[in-house]
Ligand binder design. Structure first.
Ligand SMILES: Nc1ncnc2c1ncn2[C@@H]1O[C@H](COP(=O)(O)OP(=O)(O)OP(=O)(O)O)[C@@H](O)[C@H]1O
Ligand SMILES: [Mn+2]
Length: 269
């Protein structure tokens, strides 16, 4: 009869690496003498790991979190394609409560790592915009659900493919996403029509922009309307990334290269 230890042996047998997702210092210390390579994947490197992959968001979806970690480790060359990995991850608890066995393959990329790391805009800017969209999605504006469209990076080209719906409140300002005051302003202005245009470094270039990209051939999931179509199309026509909060279903979606890359539920954060 398979005992529980046999079951766990099957999961961790002959792995090449162990990934610790957001471990505490004491948990990480337990692996000092480990006979496999240890990789820490977290939003901050609090344990000063030898091998570290930074998570831009604490993805609630464990598959996204694991895939981001593996894509990042492969991109940094700290693991190889084909490696078998044991991932220690917290799913239901704050402390690690699950071990997931996974094989690192090139095709496991969901584009999420690429979205944060290989975009025109800096990874921190993409993360900051996600955080605004997630917070807006959780709280709405004065209790009412709102929608918003943030176009991040390649701002010059985006401005050339759009027009103002009204005066631009950010015209003479030099404010950046991630600044708490600015995030309040973004939420205030999110009630209004149009898109926010944000530069590679996170400067708010404009609000109230009506995007006019060519949309032929842009294929977005059925049921999504003009805001999402504009987001998909502008990212196909420029090197921008678009992050959309839907007023209808409350989800946050990211588009890049004309494709939906990531869909997250703010309620899960
Ligand atoms: N081309 C565009 N450029 C900028 N903003 C746009 C564009 N098209 C639509 N929007 C904005 O999206 C808002 C919602 O439009 P619509 O409902 O058609 O989009 P949607 O994709 O269904 O979005 P939601 O899921 O939020 O309802 C519009 O009021 C407008 O402010
Ligand atoms: Mn709609």
């Amino acid at each position: 009869m398979t005992t529980l230890t046999d079951l766990l042996d099957d999961v961790v047998d002959d792995v090449d690496d162990v990934f610790l997702f957001s471990p505490s210092g004491s948990f990480h210390d337990r692996f000092t003498e480990a006979d496999v390579d240890v990789v820490v994947v977290a939003t901050d490197d609090v344990v000063e790991a030898d091998r570290f992959v930074e998570l831009p968001l604490e993805f609630d979806n464990v598959r996204d979190r694991i895939r981001f970690g593996i894509e990042g480790a492969m991109d940094q060359g700290i693991i190889e394609e084909g490696d078998t990995i044991a991932c220690s991850v917290a799913i239901f608890d704050d402390d690690p409560d699950s071990v997931v066995r996974v094989r690192a393959t090139e095709d496991m990329g969901t584009g999420i790592y690429d979205l944060f790391v290989d975009s025109r805009a800096e990874p921190g800017v993409i993360r900051d915009v996600f955080e605004v969209a997630i917070e807006l999605g959780k709280k709405g504006q004065k209790g009412k659900p709102v929608g918003a469209l943030f176009v991040v990076g390649d701002a010059g080209k985006v401005m050339n493919k759009s027009r103002p719906l009204s005066y631009n409140p950010f015209e003479k300002s030099h404010v950046h996403v991630g600044d708490p005051i600015v995030n309040v302003m973004l939420k205030e202005f999110s009630r209004l029509d149009g898109a926010f245009v944000i530069s590679d470094s996170g400067k708010i270039v404009s609000a109230y922009r009506y995007l006019e990209p060519a949309a032929e051939g842009v294929d977005i999931p059925k049921g999504l309307g003009a805001r999402h179509m504009a987001a998909g199309a502008i990212t196909r026509d420029t090197n921008a990334t678009a992050i959309v909060l839907s007023e209808s279903d409350g989800l946050v979606r990211a588009f890049k290269g004309g494709t939906l890359i990531l869909e997250i539920d703010p309620e899960a954060y």
